[in-house]
Design a protein around this ligand. Structure first.
Ligand code: SF4
Length: 377
C-alpha cells in the first residue's frame, strides 16, 4: 500500500486541525486503501460491500465479496437469478435477511428505476435493506455526497470522544449521536475526495484504532481532546447494552440418512433462516419415528443422538437436539407429496453446496462419520 500524504488534499473551509481535518490526514497516511471494494465509484459494488460489512468483519467479507461480484457483477445479473442462488453464495456469512434484501432491492432497481442505481442517499434509503447510515456511505463513496454515517464503529468513536454516558442503542442517545455526527462533517463545499476520505476515516479508525476492547489511543488523531482517553474511560464507553436474559427455545433436527443421501427441507421465505435449506424439524415432545412416517412418509430406525448445539439469535437462544435416523424403506414420495422442491435428498457434498445456515453445516460435519460408516456397511 502506498501511503498518501495530506499534501494531496485541499481542505476548503475546514481547518486541518478540525475533527474532520485530523481524521482525513490520518486516513491518508494510516488508513486502508486497498480493500477490494475501494477505488471504485460503482454504486453497485459499494452497496454490496456495505451490506456485507454490516455485522461482519472485513477479513470474513473479502472472499464472499469476491465470489459474489464474480457471479453477479451488476444489478441486472443479481436481479436476474432466483433468490436461492443468492442465498447459496451467502451461505456461512449469516444474517440472511441481508441477502434477501439485496436481491429484492436489485429487482426494485430494475423494475422501478430502469436498472439505473439511485444517486442520492434519500432515494437509496427507500430500497429494501438500506438504512440511513448505509445510504449515506454509498452516496458518499459513489457520488461524493456529503452525508452522515453512524454505524457501530462511529457510535463507539463518538461515544468515547464526547464522553456520552448512555447506551447508544437507546433512542435519545442515538439521536444525540446523529446530531453530533452531523456537526462534525467536513465543510459544505468539500469535494468528492474529502468526502470519501472522511467517510473512510471514520470506518478505519473504528476498525484499526478505536477498537471495542483496548483502543490504541496513542495512534489516534483525536487523542488530545478525546474525553474517554483523557479521563481513562475507554473501558466504560460506550455504555454496553443493558443485559437481558434471552429466552431459550428447543427444537429437534432430524438427520435422515438414506444410503448415500440425507434429507434437507427448504424453510418458508419468512421467519428464521427464511428460504434456506435445513433438516426437517419437530418439537422436542414428538416421537421421531412417528413423525417421519406421518409427515415425511419415510420409515426409519434410530441411529444416534448427537450432542446438542446452541445457536444465539438476537431475540432468543435456540438449542438444537440432532437425531440421527436411518431410512429403512426410502420412498421418495415426500418429494412428490410435499410442496414442489421443498424437500431434497442430497449427498453430504451436495448439501454443503446449498444455502444452509451455520448450525446445519456443523451438524452435517458431525453426522459425516456415521454417514461414511453406513454407506460402506
Ligand atoms: S483517543 Fe482513544 S478512545 Fe478516543 S477516539 Fe481515539 S482511540 Fe478512541
Amino acid at each position: 500500500m502506498t501511503p498518501r500524504t495530506a499534501g494531496t488534499i485541499h481542505f476548503p473551509a475546514d481547518a486541518p486541525d478540525s475533527f474532520a481535518g485530523r481524521l482525513i490526514r490520518w486516513q491518508l497516511e494510516c488508513g486502508r486503501h486497498s480493500l477490494p471494494w475501494q477505488g471504485t465509484r460503482d454504486p453497485y459494488a459499494i452497496w454490496v460491500s456495505e451490506v456485507m460489512l454490516q455485522q461482519t468483519q472485513v477479513s470474513s467479507v473479502i472472499p464472499y465479496y469476491q465470489r459474489f461480484m464474480a457471479s453477479f457483477p451488476d444489478v441486472a445479473s443479481l436481479a436476474g437469478v432466483p433468490v436461492g442462488d443468492v442465498l447459496t453464495l451467502w451461505s456461512g456469512l449469516g444474517y440472511y435477511s441481508r441477502a434477501r434484501n439485496l436481491h429484492r432491492a436489485a429487482c426494485v432497481i430494475m423494475e422501478q428505476y430502469s436498472g439505473v442505481f439511485p444517486q442520492d442517499a434519500a432515494t437509496l434509503q427507500r430500497l429494501p435493506g438500506i438504512g440511513r447510515s448505509t445510504a449515506a456511505a454509498i452516496a458518499a463513496f459513489a457520488f461524493g455526497e456529503r452525508g452522515t454515517i453512524l454505524d457501530g464503529n462511529v457510535k463507539r468513536i463518538l461515544a468515547r470522544y464526547f464522553g456520552i454516558s448512555g447506551y447508544p442503542g437507546e433512542k435519545s442517545v442515538e439521536e444525540r449521536l446523529w446530531q453530533l455526527a452531523e456537526s462534525l462533517l467536513p465543510a459544505e463545499e468539500s469535494n468528492h475526495q474529502i468526502v470519501v476520505s472522511y467517510t473512510q476515516a471514520l470506518m478505519d479508525l473504528g476498525a484499526l484504532v478505536c477498537a471495542r476492547s483496548r483502543p490504541r489511543c496513542q495512534y489516534c488523531p483525536l487523542q488530545a481532546d478525546c474525553i474517554a482517553c483523557q479521563n481513562d474511560l475507554t473501558a466504560d464507553l460506550p455504555v454496553p447494552k443493558p443485559r437481558k436474559t434471552l429466552p431459550v427455545r428447543e427444537t429437534v433436527h432430524l438427520i435422515l440418512l438414506d444410503q448415500e443421501r440425507i434429507l434437507l427441507k427448504k424453510r418458508p421465505a419468512s421467519g428464521i433462516w427464511g428460504g434456506l435449506w435445513c433438516f426437517p424439524e419437530m418439537s422436542v415432545d414428538q416421537d421421531s419415528i412417528d413423525y417421519c412416517e406421518k409427515n415425511l412418509h419415510v420409515r426409519v430406525t434410530k441411529l444416534a443422538r448427537l450432542p446438542h448445539l446452541q445457536h444465539t439469535f438476537t431475540h432468543f437462544k435456540l438449542i438444537i437436539q440432532p437425531h440421527l435416523l436411518q431410512s429403512i424403506m426410502h420412498q421418495p414420495v415426500c418429494e412428490e407429496k410435499c410442496e414442489e422442491n421443498s424437500y431434497l435428498w442430497l449427498t453430504i457434498e451436495q448439501a454443503m453446496q446449498q444455502a444452509i445456515p451455520v448450525p446445519v453445516r456443523k451438524l452435517l460435519s458431525m453426522a459425516y462419520p456415521y454417514f461414511q460408516y453406513h454407506i460402506h456397511e
